[in-house]
Structures are given as C-alpha cells and as structure tokens.
Ligand binder design. Structure first.
Ligand code: HEM
Ligand SMILES: [Ca+2]
Length: 653
C-alpha cells in the first residue's frame, strides 16, 4: 500500500517538544508525580472597545459599529438561581463562563502540532505520520462480533451523552460540509485552490472500497480554533485550541438548546411543555425549517426534526433517544400540572427540565458509566457513592473547570464508535426480529422512524439487539459507507477519528501513557505491559517511532481493565473527564448545597430512574422491558411488565 501523502504536511527537523501537564488534577486517580505548570483560566475576553464605551455616557456611532463586529456575548451577571441557565453560564459563580458554548476544549497535555502552533501533527522525525485511511485499513477490522452482554441502547446512550458534552466548532458531524477539499466525485482539490481549513484524507491505491469508484479523497475540514474566533482571542505564538459549541455540562442541552434564544424556538409556552407536532396520535419533534440543508431527504414528504442539537437527525437510533428525552419532559410537565394546577408555564417548564436532567444524570452515573468504568473503580475514585434513600453527596468543587477535555472528545470517548452496529433490528413485543434497516440508508432521514410501527419496533430493537464488541473492529457501514448519500461508498469514521486527532494536535499515546502513570516507552517492547506482542508488531509496521503512535490508535490495542470496557490509558482519561463533569457541576443532582437542591424525598424518587423506565414510558407500544435495558435479556435480567419497574412519583413535587 502506498502510504505517501504530501498534502498539508509540514516538514521540520526539530523533534517535537515533550508535552507538559497542563491542568491541575486534584483527584486521587491522577498520578501525583507530575508538576503542575499552569491551569488555563479562560476568562471571558471583553471586546477591545469596552472600556472606552463604558466611560462614555453617549453613544459614539463609529465605536458601536466597530463593537458590533464581532458580537461577543457580554460576561454574564450572575444571580443565585434555583435553575440552570440554558447556556450553562453562572453554574460556576466565580467563573461564570465555565462550561458555556463556543469555548476551548480542556487539555491535559500541551498540543503537539506539526509547527508547534497549529498545523496537524507529524512524526517526531519530521516526516509524515501514516495515512489515516491506511491506518484504518491495516490496523482495524470490520468483523461484526456481537457483544455477549450489552444492548445497542448502551451504544446509543453514549452518543446522547457525547452530544450533550461537546461538538467541535465548524463541523457538521453528519451533513455534507459546505467547505470542499475534494470534489463531489472524490478528486482532490489542489492546495492552491482549497481553503486553508482543508486537511483531506487521501485514499491509498488499491483501496478495497474507493478504488472501485476512483475516489482519491475523503473530505475533511479542520475544526475552528481560538485563532479564527475573535471572541476568544489568543496570542499568535500560543498553540491553537479548538472550540466546542455546546454546554459542557450534562444538562440535556441536546434537548433544551444551548441558549435562551434557541430554547425559545423549542418550547410550547403552555403547560411547561416543549413544542411537538402531533401525527397519528403521537408527539414528534417540531419540523426543522432548514430541512433541505439539515437533512438528506429524498422526497418533500419526509420529515426533518428540530431539537436542541443540530445532530438530532444523524441516525435513527440517536433520533429515537432524542424523542424519548423530549417526550419524557412533556410527560413530567403534564404530571406536575395535574398535581400543581396553580403553577404557571415557566415554573412547570423549569421543574420538569430539572427532573428530566436529574434522572438522566442518575442513569449516566449509576447505570451507564459503571459498565464502561467499572462500579468499584468509580466508587473508589468517588465518581459515585453507595448512597441510601435521599442522602446528599456534596462534592461540588468550585475550582473544578468542567470543560470537556480534547483527549476525551477527540480520542477516548470515540473508542465507543467500535460498538456501532450497521443494521438496526426491528423487534416485536415478543422480542422477535421482523426485519432490519441498513444504517447508511437512513443517515439524516428520520422519516423511517414514523413509518408504521417503526418507532416501537426500533425502540425494542435498541433494547434487544446486541451492540458490537468494544474492540478493534468497525462496522463496514461506518468504515466505508458513512453518510454515503445514495453513492456507492462514503466516509470512514475510523480514519476520520485518526485524522481529527492530528488536526487537534493531541499529544501521542506514549505521552498519555506517562500522564496516566505508566512507564514511558523508549522501545516498542516497553509497550508490552499493556499491549500484546502481535499488536505491537502491527503498530511498528505503521509508525516510525514509538513516540509517533497516535493516541486513538494504540488505545484500541490495550487490554481492557477487568470489569471495564477500556484499556488503562483510556480509562484514565475517561475517569478524569467524568470527575470534572460531576464535581464541576453545581447543579449535579446529588448536590444538597444549592438553592435548587432536591429535598431528600425527591432525591429518593430521582434515584428510581432507569433506562428501562424511560423506554417504557415514552414508547406507547412497549409494555415489557428487562429492568437493566443496557444489558441483554437473560435469566438474571428477564423481560417484565413495564408496570413493575420502579417509577418516579411527581407527587413529591
Ligand atoms: C451510529 C452512531 C454514531 C455515528 C454515526 C457517529 C458519527 C460521528 C461523527 C461523524 C463524528 C464527527 C467526526 C469528526 O468529524 O471528527 C463523531 C464525533 C464524535 N463521536 Fe460519534 N458517532 C456515533 C456514535 C457515537 C458513540 C456511541 C459515541 C460514544 C459513546 C460517540 C462519540 C463521539 C465523540 C466523543 C465525538 C466528538 C464530539 C465532538 O467533540 O465534536 N459517537 N461521531
Ligand atoms: Ca450540555
């Protein structure tokens, strides 16, 4: 295979500097040997003319015109509200912009850009890193091995959490990108004519899929950084930092939106409800006014949904989970209104939102994350607690920056792309598969969900069908057919993830190993503590030196820690992230020290929430479910009537 790509690669002779630890970790988990050098406090930068204007009592026309460009949001003035703001501001009262949209990802280690500042990572020898598509083809398989224990709901919920936590700026994550680095028929647009944000993935000769259509190039546009954003200015000598466009908190921003304005377009403004459209007696998300650009519809009759997150239509499983969370809000609001007829729309909305988020956080931390991180590990590192009834856990830490780590979003959390299944089963109430959908036929075409009884059949499918094993195999549907839009082939999510890692200049696997307390490898053999000799051999054939190995490549070859779904290095990054996400959230549902804390009896009700209950309550045709819906139906997790599952009682509100 010809690995040579000459596109957008900078040659330099200096070996890249060793990354430094950037952010302080106060947790028991992180190794203590590291010296803390600095911690980024990204205080909100005031527009350049602000001081002048504030001293001026009258409006100076030319100054206000200049100020209008760019329109940077003013730093918020916080009051101690009972509710979260929509954009996450004022969650942290000392640093009101922490966790808000359009801010930098956090970093654990300094970036390793090709030029030290912003160009994609290259080898420490100054040569190119192996082509991302070649890495995908050579190191990763396509076998569809069903996981013996977990359901597709487990994978799908992970994408929901991801979409709540981050979204790289300037990307579409599903739709055709308006910036073209390759022509529509897969030819490379010359560097002189392509925008500077282009970093296309070049297809090697003899590509098993793309050579059939003479495709040479997979479109790839670099993430926007603080360089391009005038509201988060940085000094030109500082390494670029990518921006993320959603609130970092687990606050269901994907349902409620990321700003007051966005939220206003999603609410019904009656009965505390979110806006929905009724068809065939069921509630569906509102119609997206930009259907032609936001979806990939084949006819005018197809729907395209609007939600708090622009990725809502990406794939049918994701859309179903979004609908479930939307319907759950309205279900809670209706019940609250029944018992509190004197409450107005705003109060009903805020209380329903608060309960919906709390249930969701409970499921995230107590039902979903333990599958990935291991229950005992989480207890030991104080991510969860052995609580009883309505006991509070007051571990909010105002010094904890809740931002989403670049290494989490660009590498560690994407590990679970390997769980994606390329066929979605339609399953009857007696749990018999009646057919299946091909994933790549239904990207950005959610109409399929409303056809016939598909909503219920697909929901049961999520809770019945096994996810794919968390391993080095990626389903062909995402490796060769991603967003193919009626064409024979499409993108390659595995190659994209590798390319994105270099785009974001993440430090190498070896650096993260060291950060996580393992010995830095100076020879390939040194990797043997965590990786098998055959896999080391494979990495050795792809990379020139052990320091070149990309984090999101080597990670896949680490043996999983017992009782978890991750190797030690990813496990360490994921733990670090979810500690930040929990302790940096003043409104975390278990915190009793905020004006909006739940009463102990309410907290006791929240703790009854489960994935099974959410699925049952929001899918009218589903009347039975296994109690642990992330796990397959088995003797110890049998199908039971939905009525027997624990449920939250809103009479405590
Ligand atoms: C059918 C299911 C899924 C599809 C089609 C999908 C597809 C994608 C795509 C196209 C991107 C953007 C890639 C880029 O341009 O860099 C992305 C990003 C990402 N995905 Fe997935 N994904 C799926 C499920 C998941 C799951 C299950 C997880 C984790 C549990 C996950 C985690 C992530 C993360 C962390 C990002 C980066 C988010 C950001 O900060 O922008 N995805 N995914
Ligand atoms: Ca969020």
């Amino acid at each position: 295979v010809n690995v040579a790509t000459s596109y957008s690669v900078v040659h330099h002779d200096q070996p890249a500097a060793q990354p430094r630890l950037l952010q302080k970790s106060s947790h028991a988990y992180a190794p203590s040997a590291h010296v803390v050098t600095s911690s980024h406090t990204y205080s909100h930068a005031a527009p350049h003319f602000a001081p002048l204007v504030s001293k001026t009592r009258y409006t100076v026309p030319f100054l206000s015109a200049l100020q209008a460009q760019p329109q940077c949001p003013a730093p918020p003035a916080c009051e101690k509200s009972r509710y979260r703001t929509l954009d996450g501001s004022c969650n942290n009262l000392q640093n009101p912009t922490w966790g808000t949209p359009n801010r930098r990802y956090g970093r654990l280690l300094t970036p390793k850009y090709g030029d030290g500042i912003s160009l994609p990572t290259v080898s420490v020898t100054g040569q190119e890193l192996p082509n991302a598509r070649v890495v995908s083809l050579v190191a990763f398989g396509e076998q569809d091995i069903p996981d013996p224990e977990y359901t597709l709901a487990n994978m799908q919920w992970g994408q929901i959490m991801t979409h709540d936590m981050s979204m790289q700026a300037g990307g579409t994550q599903s739709k055709k990108h308006p910036t073209r680095c390759c022509t529509d028929d897969g030819k490379l647009i010359g560097k002189d004519r392509a925008p500077s944000s282009c970093y296309p993935i070049l297809v090697p000769e003899h590509d098993p899929a793309h050579s059939q259509t003479n495709t040479e190039c997979i479109n790839f546009v670099r993430t926007l950084t603080d360089r391009e954003d005038q509201c988060t200015p940085t000094h030109p000598s500082q390494p670029a930092e990518q921006l993320t466009t959603v609130t970092a908190y687990l606050d269901l921003s994907l349902v409620y939106g990321n700003s007051d304005q966005q939220n206003a377009g999603l609410r019904a403004f009656t009965g505390g409800r979110m806006a929905t459209v009724e068809r065939d007696g069921y509630e569906w998300p509102p119609n997206n006014p930009n259907a032609t650009t936001d979806c990939e519809l084949e006819s005018r009759d197809e729907v395209c949904y609007l939600a708090g997150d622009s990725r809502v239509n990406q794939n049918p499983g994701l859309t179903i989970m979004q609908i479930i969370l939307l319907r759950e809000h309205n279900r809670i609001a209706d019940q609250l209104q029944k018992y509190n007829p004197h409450w107005d729309d705003e109060l009903l909305f805020q209380e329903a939102r608060r309960i919906n988020i709390a249930q969701y956080q409970h499921i995230n931390y107590y039902e979903w994350l333990p599958i990935f991180l291991g229950w005992e590990n989480m207890v030991k590192n104080r991510l969860i607690y052995r609580t009883k009834g309505g006991e509070y856990i007051n571990d909010y830490d105002p010094s904890q920056d809740p931002s989403v780590l670049n290494s989490h979003a660009t590498a560690a959390f994407r590990y679970f792309h390997s769980q994606i299944e390329g066929r979605l089963d339609l399953v009857s109430e007696v749990r018999k598969p009646t057919g299946s959908l091909r994933l790549s036929d239904w990207f950005n075409r959610p109409s399929i969900i409303e056809a016939g009884d598909n909503y219920d059949f697909l929901t049961r499918g999520l809770a019945t069908q096994p996810e794919e094993l968390t391993d080095t195999n990626f389903d062909a549907e995402i490796k060769h057919f991603l967003f193919r839009r009626g064409r024979p082939f499409g993108g390659d999510l595995r190659a994209i993830d590798v390319q994105r890692n270099r785009d974001h200049g993440l430090a190498g696997y070896n650096d993260y190993r060291e950060f996580c307390g393992f010995k830095r490898a100076s020879t390939w053999e040194d990797l043997m503590d965590l990786i098998s000799p055959q896999d080391i051999q494979l990495l050795n054939t792809l990379y020139r030196t052990v320091d070149d190995v990309d984090l999101p490549v080597a990670e896949f070859f680490e043996r999983h820690l017992p009782g978890t779904q991750a190797g030690p290095t990813y496990h360490c990054i994921l733990m670090e992230q979810f500690i930040r996400t929990r302790r940096g959230d003043r409104f975390f549902f278990e915190n009793g020290n905020t004006p909006g804390a739940f009463t102990p009896s309410q907290l006791n009700e929240i703790r009854k929430a489960s994935m099974a209950r959410l699925l049952c309550d929001n899918s009218p045709g589903v009347s039975q479910m296994q109690p642990r819906a992330f796990q397959q139906i088995m003797d110890v997790n049998p199908l039971v009537s939905c009525r027997t599952l624990p449920a939250l009682d809103v009479r405590y509100w």
